[in-house]
Write a protein that binds this ligand. Sequence first.
Ligand code: FE2
Length: 201
Amino acid sequence: MTFTIPDLPYERNALEPHMSRETLDYHFGKHHQGYCNKLNALAKGTPYETMSLEEVIRSSFEKEDTGVFNNAAQTWNHTFLWNSMSPDSNGTPRGSLAARIDESFGSLDAFRQRFKEASVGQFGSGYVWLVADGDKLDIISTANAHTPLTSSKVPLLTLDVWEHAYYLDYRNERDRFTDAFLEHLANWEFAQANYDAIGKG
Ligand code: FE2
């Protein structure tokens, strides 16, 4: 089968002023589409063609098939990223996840501080993730294309901290970009749905 990427779940200017249309034109239209195109070229004529995207990620990771892994993981990670943001965000979790955030990190402010430290502290390219790890919530960062999908941790929310995610809007200021995500873009309904799906909600 041919791997495809879903449409953005909002218009390309919907996240302004926190993330510009130009950033989404490049990040979604060029980078994300480019990873998917490369994945299709690499998978053609191989057993990967018959697998789901998640199966390709896990299989290529185990085989250390780096080219396929990088492009498959980037295809999946970016779709998860678009869903991790919403034009309707007020930055505040509700429901069971709000209580678990308080239990796990002390407060929403303490969660934001830890998330920001993980973002700024990630050397080079990667992602910051809120994950469910057994009965706990945790914040982890991953390098390059790496994703919690190859571990037992369940991703709930992510932020892409590659420079292509923020350089047009924030130049080198990853901290300011992370603040904007946490205060104005984080899609807590999506995180809650992911949490509910594993039966922890
Ligand atoms: Fe990206």
